[in-house]
Design a protein around this ligand. Structure first.
Ligand code: FCB
Length: 449
């Protein structure tokens, strides 16, 4: 067997999300989202950027999907903008519904298989005004939205993600406050995480009850964490950070339980976790069809007071970093995959995001992002190692198809394999896009650049 080949049928794709690429923030009957509100609040986004126009994908989706096809990328992960579907309470927007049918038509035309994410952070502002994710009252709203999507698109989309990155929605949206809606209350953040996982479980049940036979699952994000030293204090700090980032979400979804040590830690710091009701954990544990996760980096931590929720500090490392300042550490992806298989699930795994931010100038019409190629190459090698050892990894989606609006960091961080000129909105495939096409064509890795 050729060592650099992936199993036949391996799912190769690339990913985006609605708010990061669509633009047309006030067009097509769309309502306001919490990200629209957040972007227009001074001081929240680097450079004062907003998603108002983004990549203008709303108007250019045909051109974008044609480019995907030209690059030979057979799978496309995108998200649906909830406020395009329900701009106001109780109001469905037919134009929004039509937009995603149009997108699916284009994908179908080229035989590109969609993976749709129901929620990738752009909560309708009207739901936020009623308490948003912090309130359990969000549950019926989420289910009504998911049910409508299944009715409309369930016959056309066979891969569904319920929610993208509950850790970000809860901890960054409601704990650190760097993401919309910008709240800074750790107890609330935990309540949000709880409601997110509850909506996930109920949505899986809804999908199955409606009789669909496609696949559905959640997208978690993981950051493997290491202690800065072998001291008992640092090891305990790393275990807490792992609990906070990784196992707080894995536990409910795969074991019907929050990790007991973390639940005790949080209760001691924040008071009793009153949002947990009887039966909730069983709902969260409703079996999906796969585990999807996003992986970018690892963290190294030590005992300290910099992050009082956990009594940890971040430790500097000498690993090479991307423009995000994130350590490049493919070995951690391999270890993570192995841990998931050994400790959590035998279900098929999809890596629904992996990639790197690098900003390089266009030189003579070309962007030679060899650093991005090396990043993807090395992470795919980690995937191969896991697969060779019997791991059930079935797909990989590069983040991202296009340079796009990187949330609180605005347009400065470029993750695309396709460059976007934000003045002219011209798309230019980078060297990495051509390299990735080649990987897909050969279903395996070429020589490292
Ligand atoms: C993930 C998000 C995605 C993108 C990448 C860089 O956390 O899911 O939208 O911002 O990070």
């Amino acid at each position: 067997m050729n060592d650099t080949r992936f199993p036949e049928g391996f799912v190769w794709g690339t990913a985006t999300s609605a708010y990061q690429i669509e633009g047309a923030a006030n067009e097509g009957g769309k309502g306001e989202s919490i990200w629209d509100r957040f972007c227009h609040t001074p001081g929240k986004i680097a450079g004062g950027d907003t998603g108002d126009t983004a990549c203008d994908h709303y108007h250019r989706y045909k051109e974008d999907i044609a480019l995907l096809a030209e690059l030979g990328i057979p799978n496309y992960r995108f998200s649906i903008a909830w406020p395009r579907i329900f701009p106001e309470k109780g109001k469905v927007n037919p134009e929004g519904i039509r937009f995603y049918h149009g997108l699916l038509d284009e994908l179908q035309k080229y035989g590109i298989e969609p993976m749709a994410t129901i929620f990738h952070w752009d909560l309708p502002q009207w739901i936020q005004d009623e308490g948003g994710w912090a309130s359990r009252d969000i549950v019926p709203h989420f289910l009504a939205y998911a049910e409508l999507l299944f009715r409309e698109y369930g016959g056309r989309v066979n891969k569904w993600n319920t929610i993208n990155e509950p850790w970000v929605v809860s901890m960054l949206g409601h704990g650190t406050g760097v993401n919309a809606p910008g709240h800074t209350d750790w107890y609330e953040a935990l309540a949000v995480a709880h409601h997110v996982l509850l909506c996930h479980g109920l949505t899986v049940r809804k999908y199955k009850a409606m009789g669909f036979t496609g696949e559905i699952g959640i997208v978690l994000n993981f950051t493997p964490t290491y202690p800065a030293t072998e001291s008992a204090e640092d090891k305990a700090a790393a275990a807490r950070y792992d609990g906070y980032f990784n196992t707080w979400f894995l536990g409910p979804v795969f074991k019907a339980a929050y990790p007991a040590d973390m639940a005790a830690w949080y209760a001691a710091k924040l008071g009793p976790l009153r949002f947990i009701q009887d039966g909730d954990l069983e709902i969260m544990n409703t079996p999906g069809d796969f585990l999807a996760f996003n992986y970018y980096t690892r963290d190294v931590v030590k005992a300290g007071s910099g992050f009082p929720l956990l009594d940890v500090d971040f430790a500097a490392t000498d690993a090479d970093k991307t423009d995000m300042g994130w350590d490049i550490h493919p070995e951690s992806l391999y270890r993570l995959l192995t841990r998931l298989k050994e400790e959590y699930t035998q279900l098929p795994i999809y890596i629904t995001e992996n990639g790197a931010a690098y900003d390089l100038p266009v030189v003579g019409g070309e962007i030679r992002d060899d650093n991005r190629i090396a990043y993807i190459h090395d992470h795919l090698e980690a995937c191969l190692r896991f697969i060779r050892e019997g791991g059930n990894l079935q797909g990989y989606y590069v983040w991202s198809f296009l340079d796009n609006f990187e949330w609180a960091l605005g347009y400065q961080k470029r993750f695309g394999i396709v460059h976007v000129d934000y003045e002219t909105l011209t798309r230019t495939p980078k060297r990495s896009a051509k390299w990735y096409s080649d990987v897909i064509r050969r279903n395996g890795l070429p020589e490292r650049v």
